[in-house]
Ligand binder design. Structure first.
Ligand code: ATP
Ligand code: MG
Length: 279
């Protein structure tokens, strides 16, 4: 049975000294092992929401529950152990002078004993396929490799949830692919719950579920193919829709009849071949 890992109930938040709420009556929940993508225009409140899940902000009204712990100043340290965050800029995330020091940093802070620490650092680096870079200095790595090391630092702490706040946005397509594949594997092998905040539609379309934020409110929630079906509404909110959907639409206007909606280029190409071969 599905198990709820995060629940957000009627949450309101505004920055200190500011009048308008940047999060308004936000309510949704996340199941264990789920991959949830959060999309929304600039300033819609995505990062504020992510920081709230990590206890960097507290709701002014409403409740955030993480694995049955209600977020408050008393529970924040426990909550933070359960949720790891990876941010946008790979260069701002390094604290160690070598890859292994960097991954060890969070463990040291959590008081993990030396032997256990060495074991966990190696295990985490192996899982992101960076074990052979153990003694390297982080600045020699590519963007994708740096983000994978940042992910290793997070999973070494054994969180239940990993939040990626635009974690692939500064990467080239290769780095982006590396990072997303790493996350997918970790999700499957460790049963990790993933929240990815992203402007990348391809990334969002691979999630199990999507939430669209607009001006601090939940505008819509659904599976990627349900969300992307609302093409015009998304465009009105300043969001884009995946290339494959735009392409299929044009082709449909030219008389192609697609039995389905395709969110990846591979699927669309396969569908075109099938239509071609059946002609
Ligand atoms: N430290 C802060 N102090 C005051 N206002 C802030 C602060 N950080 C963000 N805001 C405001 O809160 C609102 C939501 O910002 P937030 O960064 O959560 O949006 P976002 O959806 O992550 O945007 P982006 O796509 O640009 O990352 C915006 O209006 C922003 O200007
Ligand atoms: Mg943001």
């Amino acid at each position: 049975m599905a198990e709820e890992i995060i629940s957000i109930e009627h949450v309101y938040y505004r920055y200190p000294g500011q009048d308008p709420y940047v999060l308004k009556d936000i309510t949704f929940s996340i199941q264990k092992g789920e991959w949830l993508a959060i999309v929304g225009h600039n300033g819609s409140g995505k990062s504020t929401l992510a920081k709230m899940l990590n206890g960097l902000h507290y709701p002014e009204k409403g409740n955030v529950t993480v694995n049955q712990l209600s977020l408050s100043e008393e529970t924040v340290w426990e909550v933070r152990k359960r949720i790891g965050m990876v941010f946008q800029n790979p260069d701002n995330q390094f604290v160690g002078t070598t890859v292994q020091d960097d991954v060890a940093f969070g463990l040291e802070n959590n008081g993990v004993p030396q032997e256990e620490m060495v074991r966990r650092v190696r295990d985490a680096l192996e899982r992101v396929n960076m074990l052979s870079f153990l003694d390297q200095e982080p600045h020699h790595l590519s963007g994708g490799q740096k983000q994978r090391v940042a992910i290793a630092g997070v999973i070494a702490i054994r969180p239940m949830v990993i939040i990626l706040d635009e974690a692939t946005s500064m990467l080239d397509p290769k780095g982006r692919k590396e990072v997303l594949e790493t996350i997918r594997e970790l999700k499957e092998k460790l049963g990790l719950t993933v929240i990815s905040i992203t402007h990348d539609l391809e990334e969002a379309s691979r999630a199990d579920r999507m939430i669209v934020l607009n001006n601090g409110e939940v505008f819509k929630e659904g599976r990627p193919n349900e969300i992307f079906r609302m093409e015009e509404e998304l465009v009105k909110l300043g969001l884009d829709i995946p290339f494959t959907i735009k392409m299929s639409k044009k082709l449909t206007e030219q008389g192609f009849e697609f039995p389905n909606m395709y969110l990846t280029e591979e699927e669309l190409v396969d569908a075109l071949w099938t239509l071609h071969l059946n002609k």
